[in-house]
Design a protein around this ligand. Sequence first.
Ligand SMILES: Nc1ncnc2c1ncn2[C@@H]1O[C@H](COP(=O)(O)OP(=O)(O)OP(=O)(O)O)[C@@H](O)[C@H]1O
Ligand SMILES: [Mg+2]
Length: 133
Amino acid sequence: MKICSAISRSGGQGKTTTVFFTALLLARQGKKVLAVDADPQANLTFYLGHEVQPDEPSLFEVLTKQVEVEDGVYSTQYENLFVMPADRGLFKVSDFLRSSGAGALILTQRLRKIHDMLDVVSNGCTIFVGTRG
Ligand SMILES: Nc1ncnc2c1ncn2[C@@H]1O[C@H](COP(=O)(O)OP(=O)(O)OP(=O)(O)O)[C@@H](O)[C@H]1O
Ligand SMILES: [Mg+2]
């Protein structure tokens, strides 16, 4: 599994835009790509045309282990490109991650189940995961 990150120390520097188009490009090249939106602003989720419904698992439920990782994966309008969406409620996950003692590792642990199939591109707030298919 490969991890690429787009990181900036201040907001609005183009992280989400960069990784959105990177994911799109990889998907168009035939790789199966999962975009994991780890930002409560949910811009990546919006770019991918997804809206989290009240009864739908998102990244929050995956991180807090209320569902299996696969249950947070949805197809998008783009071939080969899938999304693990975010919504405003994701801000609550900070307390959970802080108190867990292993916050930075939880997403990696949760994705381990599908590890063999994946490349990962991350921008700090937004994380992309793509299969090598
Ligand atoms: N290469 C670029 N050239 C010009 N404008 C860009 C470029 N990349 C992004 N933008 C614009 O800059 C703005 C901020 O981009 P984006 O939302 O991707 O930043 P971000 O770093 O993810 O922000 P945040 O920290 O709020 O998550 C958007 O309006 C976007 O359209
Ligand atoms: Mg962003």
